[in-house]
Design a protein around this ligand. Sequence first.
Ligand code: FEO
Ligand code: CA
Ligand code: CA
Ligand code: CA
Length: 602
Amino acid sequence: PAAAAPGGSPLEFDAIDPVRFEVDSFDVPEGFAWHPVISWGDKLWSDAPDFDWNAQTGQSQAQQFGYNNDYTEIQEIEGTDGTRALMFVNHEYTNENIMFPADTDPQTLAEVTLAAHGLTVVELERKTRRHPYTPVVGSDYNRRFLADTRYEFTGPARGDDLLKTVQFSTGTRTQGTFGNCSGGLTPWGTLLSGEENFNSYFRTSGTSAEDKRYGLGENELARGWQEIDPRYDATAEGLENSVNHFGWIVEVDPWDPTSTPRKHTSLGRFKHEGANVIIAEDGRAVAYSGDDEKFDYLYKFVSHESYIEGDREHNKTLLESGDLYVAKFTGNSPSGQIDGTGELPADGAFDGTGEWLPLVVDGESAVEGMSVQEVLVHTRLAADSVGPTKMDRCEDVEPSLASRRVYVACTNNSDRGTDGKAAADETNPRAENRDGHIVEIDEQGDQASTTFAWNLLLVCGDPETDEGTYFGGYPQDKVSPISCPDNLAFDSAGNLWISTDGAPDGIGYNDGLFRVTLEGEERGRVEQFASMPAKAETCGPIVRDQDRTAFVAVQHPGEDGSFDEPTSMFPEFDEGTGPKPTIVQILPVAEERPFTDIGPGD
Ligand code: FEO
Ligand code: CA
Ligand code: CA
Ligand code: CA
């Protein structure tokens, strides 16, 4: 039997060894197996065409599961004994180099890649909790959110001139969502999705301060979408504000297939990795969100209205109105003790206090010279003027419902401490930070507070080759090496789970899924649970430890290959075909009934 799990979690396993980056395999602990739940191109409706590597069309893609799955969430359907569930998935971007034969015409490439973006809701079913899920083709819940799906803006910037274009003249609505990276499940059962690298889909003149700050400019528009819809070339007269329709937090109600998804301007506009909500002690909804860019910021939103248990329609309005803050961290050790190597300061901890600096409070701008609408649409510039802490790329920011502490995955920042850039500080303590770190924030009993305490839980890396790593005080020779933390999740016992993106280029191992003990003497113990195929990032993840199962979204497997010479064969290793982004379920091999005997229709 495997070692007892921290916190009494039923998900017991012995950590796997890290897998060298050259290896194209999917690895799980002894006694577990993996099962592809749904892959790029799988049909969502029975009349959809079968996936065809050589004949994808925009129309077929619109009825199939999209590409590059990032954030993934599963909610069980009540009264089904866990046998039916709704899954929500973000389709962040496309890898044209491995999706299409080299001679694919530009029109087809544009149409397919456009339809491969967006979101999916799909119903899942399984025979029992011990069986793997399979998609319900043709379920009434199934839905693709495409480039022409309508989204309503909410909040103070709704209807503002900054959101008006010749296509959307009221500034109250738009179509489509792009660059959807991570997200979060709200306490009222809706999903939040972060529009992250939206800038790459648009061409602008690139001359304004706003364009520069958001990485907008004269992009080449590699996917050719401007041939389908002129707004992607936002240099055209009247289309300039098209770029302001993206960079928001999107809220989707997966339980109502006819609902209109919303983009909440109250949470600000930046490269939102995602957003996660916790209800404060006084009932207000608090949402944390990171801006994933080197030296960008961490944000907190506090709703004006309070959560009402059981009043879903009311709760769905909570993110439409509230206060917006940006984080400033202060270390408690002399800056001279932070030498950029990751070596601990004399007090033995990277830690200190912090402040949430106001950007919008009580419906008023807290930023001199900017209106509320300007603060919310050009949030990066507003934040610049109040002096927050420049972070090493905040990815997932996730409050623990067990401890109420908040965890921030800072994935890496190769420019930290280089010429002209911010030096290492106690919160981001390594120069040329290749492996990332995890910040732990304690709001000290008031989640809506404007002050907090913090410390670093992990300074990531391979302790065998890097002395500047730290694992919450746990012995360095007893942990799995981990690099580039990205997505976060918690199990029912309050353990933290981390999925990684970028480990192959750093510590030389494939990306993976890891459990981190947070409480007790083993705090900081990192154990690897899964390892991804070649060049794949680990996303999702969802941990259902009561069922001894977990899910990961395997994103961009074999991204460095070509259509004719793939570098990954995942997940159909035996078929010899190229890679497909896929949602994978990991579950125990039943001793009395081998996993391979369990399948759809069984
Ligand atoms: Fe899409 Fe910040 O990762
Ligand atoms: Ca300190
Ligand atoms: Ca991410
Ligand atoms: Ca990432």
